[in-house]
Design a protein around this ligand. Structure first.
Ligand code: NAP
Length: 335
């Protein structure tokens, strides 16, 4: 039997992205045949790292697709048993038009992908990469109780505070649930918190650049985060595959290791990497305290790596890529 026959064929949208590249890596290592969609398969700077993954030569196809082009995903999705829809704009601040830059590609793009899923008779399940920002952007909850998957971010608050990314993910996930219920598509959604770890793409995505900035002493982005959940990129990839493979997976799944205030994160990291100029002072924001309840995903067997492990891997990789001085990771404690 060929390796392809063992695990079947799956599509990953936005395959060259930070999260998706690691998912593709894990899917190939597990024996899947992967069809990865990218906006430009000829752009070696964007896709070269995917072609070099173990198993890529035998089991990775890269196909052009664009979220805003109707029918663009028909060809890559046809014949796949599973679809991992990760493509979505991850932009902190839009240049001029949040609707065109963030909201439409996220929401209309998700529906575009799902329309292609509907046309595919061999489809078994869709795993949508949503975000913990679809749960926590609200100010009307009891801080004593951890937020779980029953919570949805407030569209009103997102509008009021210009939280375009959170709004895009919230509306995209809601639209996906409605479309899949109407069309009897088996959908499961994964809601990662802030993803930390090595970047396979050599060009750092927006969140990975924010982390690099923080490790180099910039306060701005993490000041705005205030309190945030963090999760290791490999745990995010493994969680996607767990939700795809586990017959009992149903509904939404928060995916997060630890929630920390920015000053708590800064204290852990400055003690661990004393040579890095990690910011020390943050203005306390008037936002509600929250925890995330991840017992649903843990109930399927997922175990999350610690803050220390995710940042060790991240710092090591940023150092190897030349973004941080060598001394940062060589002075890292061994425990
Ligand atoms: N990073 C995090 O902390 C985090 C946390 C929770 C959830 N997520 C979710 O994880 C997914 C991936 O995010 P990421 O952090 O890996 O960011 P990323 O590296 O910027 O990946 C985003 C991907 O979406 C693709 N994309 C954007 N607009 C597109 C369009 N109009 N047509 C086709 N493809 C388009 C990008 O393609 P190009 O490569 O061509 O630009 C890229 O591959 C997103 O759904 C995001 O919401 C991320």
């Amino acid at each position: 039997m060929m390796m392809d026959d063992l695990k079947g064929k799956v599509c990953v949208t936005g395959a060259a992205g930070f999260v998706a590249s690691w998912l593709v890596k894990r899917l190939l290592l597990s024996g899947y045949h992967v069809v990865g969609t990218v906006r430009d398969p000829d752009d070696e700077k964007k896709v070269g790292h995917l072609k070099r993954l173990e198993g890529a030569r035998e089991r990775l196809e890269l196909v052009r697709a664009e979220l805003m082009v109707p029918g663009s995903f028909d060809a890559p999705i046809t014949g796949c048993d599973g679809v991992f829809h990760t493509a979505s704009p991850v932009i902190g601040l839009p240049k001029s038009d949040p609707k065109a830059e963030i909201l439409q590609p996220a929401i209309d793009g998700t529906l575009n992908v799902l329309r292609s899923c509907k046309k595919n008779p061999s489809l078994r399940r869709v795993v949508l990469t949503s975000s913990s920002s679809t749960v926590r952007a609200r100010d009307d909850f009891d801080s004593a109780l951890p937020l779980n998957e029953s919570s949805w971010s407030s569209e009103e608050l997102c509008h009021k505070l210009n939280l375009w990314y959170a709004l895009s993910k919230t509306l995209a996930e809601r639209a996906a649930w409605k479309f899949c219920e109407d069309n009897k598509i088996d959908l499961v959604t994964l809601l990662p918190s802030f993803v930390i770890g090595p970047s396979l793409p050599p060009l750092l995505c927006s969140t990975a650049s924010d982390v690099l900035g923080f490790l180099r002493g910039e306060t701005e982005k993490f000041q705005w985060h205030g309190r945030m959940g963090y999760v290791h990129i490999d745990d995010v990839a493994l969680s996607h595959i767990l939700l795809y493979e586990n017959e009992n997976a149903k509904g939404r799944y928060l995916c997060s290791s630890t929630v920390l205030d920015n000053h708590q994160l800064a204290a852990i990291l400055s003690a661990r990497y004393p040579t890095l100029p990690i910011p020390k002072r943050f203005v306390k924001l008037d936002r509600p305290h929250y925890e995330l309840d991840t017992s649903k995903l843990k109930g399927l067997g997922m175990q999350f790596r610690s803050i220390q492990e995710m940042f060790d891997d991240c710092v090591e990789s940023l150092t190897a890529q030349g973004h941080l001085p060598l001394i940062a990771s060589s002075l890292k404690p061994t425990s």
